[in-house]
Design a protein around this ligand. Structure first.
Ligand SMILES: [Mn+2]
Length: 341
């Protein structure tokens, strides 16, 4: 199997670091998603099978539909156990930084991560900061989980991808690729997925655990957002959903409830850009999704302190919701005109 994410020089450097049993901490980004939890627990399972002493450390807990993931129960998080997290990082020989490109993405763990002298990065986000001794960066990879698979394989540790690791890694590839439909899904992505199936990943159970675990409130909130809050922009190419603080309260919002909501707009015929604005914790969070050559990361970087991928990116605004929506509606037509379908 080819390893586009695992260049030989970095693989050799990492192999050197893993030659004898190590105490290893693995961290990922704040608000961990399937790829974040999958890459940390998946790599931890592999390294543990290789005889290393491992600990997964999360900046905050993952949404409930990820708690079933193998190894999630052994992870510690900075919200519940700040001291233990900082001590574990400080005492680790080696710190894996997975699925994030800047050290401020770990929020409360930032100081501990910055202070660690020996970091290994595996990540697929654009423009990673230069903070790791060994860095694997592949912006074309569907997911960090796919990269972890390739790095592990290149290290000759493929046999240590046990069923737990396979289920974790498959989860991240599935969630980050939108169930194998985003353009980042390549033949290689499917070969990696096939390899994980051979090693014990269970696609049906994983999909059900992730997708069919909605609370009734979340389903009602989605219904409300689509019927009462979704606006079609002039030209019928873009949709905007703006959810106020009151909207969240009405449906007893809990974290993760609006996950994936932004994608619904793209399901409408002719729509190639969809926006979700959510007023939470005194801030307006923007999520954008697009189809084709419509770099929403550039739009958000220019106007809403954001970034991410070309077809999926996030940003924020400290302006009131209505003002943010007005600003968005002013800028969107210009952006669409600049990038015609
Ligand atoms: Mn990812």
């Amino acid at each position: 199997m080819a390893h586009p994410s695992a260049p030989a020089a970095q693989v050799a450097a990492l192999a050197d670091l893993l030659r004898s049993p190590r105490r290893i901490a693995l961290v990922t980004h704040f608000n961990p998603d399937g790829d974040a939890v999958g890459s940390t627990t998946g790599l931890a399972a592999v390294l543990s099978a290789e005889g290393h002493d491992v600990q997964v450390i999360l900046p905050n807990p993952a949404p409930r539909n990820l708690h079933w993931m193998p190894g999630y129960g052994e992870a510690i998080d900075h919200i519940s156990a700040p001291k233990a997290c900082a001590e574990m990082i400080a005492s680790a020989d080696l710190l894996f930084c997975l699925d994030f490109n800047r050290q401020d993405r770990v929020e409360g763990l930032e100081a501990a991560v910055r202070a660690h002298p020996l970091k290994v990065l595996i990540d697929h986000h654009r423009d990673p900061d230069d903070f790791a001794r060994v860095a694997f960066s592949d912006v074309k990879a569907s997911s960090t989980c796919q990269m972890v698979h390739d790095v592990v394989d290149a290290l000759g540790m493929g046999k240590s991808i046990n069923a737990d690791a396979a289920n974790s890694l498959y989860t991240g590839i599935m969630t980050d690729s939108g169930s194998f439909r985003f353009p980042s899904t390549t033949p290689h992505t499917l070969r990696v997925a096939a390899d994980l199936l051979e090693r014990g990943a269970k696609p049906e159970s994983i999909h059900a655990a992730i997708m069919d675990d909605n609370s009734l409130e979340r389903m009602r909130l989605i219904g409300f957002a689509l019927s009462e809050r979704l606006e079609m922009m002039p030209g019928n190419e873009a949709t905007v959903i703006a959810l106020s603080k009151e909207d969240h309260e009405r449906f007893h919002y809990s974290p993760g409830d609006t996950e994936g909501l932004v994608n619904y707009g793209l399901g409408i015929r002719g729509v190639r850009l969809s926006v979700l604005l959510a007023e939470r914790n005194g801030l307006v969070k923007l999520s954008l999704r697009s189809k084709g050559k419509l770099p929403v990361n550039e739009f958000l970087a220019a106007h809403f302190e954001g970034g991410g991928h070309a077809n999926a990116a996030g940003g924020k605004s400290t302006l009131p919701l209505a003002v943010t929506v007005a600003k968005l509606k002013m800028e969107l037509p210009l952006f669409l005109a600049k990038h015609p379908a």
